[in-house]
Design a binder for this molecule. Sequence first.
Ligand SMILES: Nc1ncnc2c1ncn2[C@@H]1O[C@H](COP(=O)(O)OP(=O)(O)OP(=O)(O)O)[C@@H](O)[C@H]1O
Length: 360
Amino acid sequence: MQPSFNSCIKVAVRLRPKSTKEEAEKEEPVIVVDGSNIQLLTSIGETHFFTCDQCFSSDSISAVAQNKHQQQREVYEYFAKPLLSQAFQGFNTCLFAYGQTGSGKSYSMMGKIGSKSELADASGIIPRFCQDFFIHVEDLVKNYAETSVSLSIEIQISYFEIYKEQIQDLLCSTGGNLSVREHPKNGPYVVNLTKCLVTSLEEVQRWLAVGNRKRVVASTSQNKRSSRSHVIFTIVLSQRFQEIIDGRPHVVDKHSRINFIDLAGSERLASTSSTGVRREESLAINLSLFTLGKVITALAEKNFAPYRESVLTWLLKESLGGNSKTAMLATVSPRAAHVESTLSTLRYSCLVQVGSLIYL
Ligand SMILES: Nc1ncnc2c1ncn2[C@@H]1O[C@H](COP(=O)(O)OP(=O)(O)OP(=O)(O)O)[C@@H](O)[C@H]1O
């Protein structure tokens, strides 16, 4: 069966640079990036070829330092910035980071948040997106102030993680094990999830810092849980355009959800051989990552999408289907020891892109 190309999903691959320690090891390269093509050499001498929409790589950490993390800006500009105008047009969007633990998902998504309203060079996609988001809001308000249309904008954010199919609120100190329900009109939602109304970048930065601190605490107390949970930061944008035409009010509403998802470490996808809590975690991750692939594939082929098979896809139902825009950043490590995980990340991401994951 010929897989159809899903033009709604954009896939980019980011090869993390070697750390200083890895550089000193002087390993033969196992992954070669050339434009949007990738060659991967496995330990048994097989070469695998992949093509995606765009690749980002820099040879070494010193090259990155010289560029003052310029690549963070490039990744954002190419990969996330186009979603900004789509969100203001009323599209729902999802941006995923997928890859094994330590391959650079959090560095790409969050990086380091700048002080006050300044962006640090190493800021990732989320803080850069939020900064441009508020610049866009300001411009829009200014532009409409000179017209007969009155514009009101409401922005809400939420931040939570899904760990073993259970939801933890990252913006509230209690907030454990929240449940999911489905509203007949608005779709699935998390019951009692904190939703913060925000009006400025500074407020978003403060809330992000609250959520990131809670992630670190949970991660330290539960042996690096970060790599075993999916983390979702959502912006809900509501725009109302009102105009009096022939003495009658005309109202146009645009609602959009922008989701940034830092997925659990993909190396868990195969490791169901562990026992106890680790086994439960691996099963939950397998279920959600595999269902995510199935849903994206089903949407590409206009088939029934099994959203409810995992909490992650159920909650993203309204954001993945319909006219939504999806982007996936596959992060990979340059190490020979990680080549099998890299192969599985590239297979997953590139096959999700062509909508053929189901035929694996
Ligand atoms: N593109 C990059 N440039 C410079 N440093 C990077 C890059 N990608 C990752 N790193 C560094 O590599 C380390 C691991 O990255 P990161 O924590 O983002 O991985 P991760 O995939 O999110 O891992 P986990 O799943 O455990 O959370 C960090 O020290 C990070 O600063």
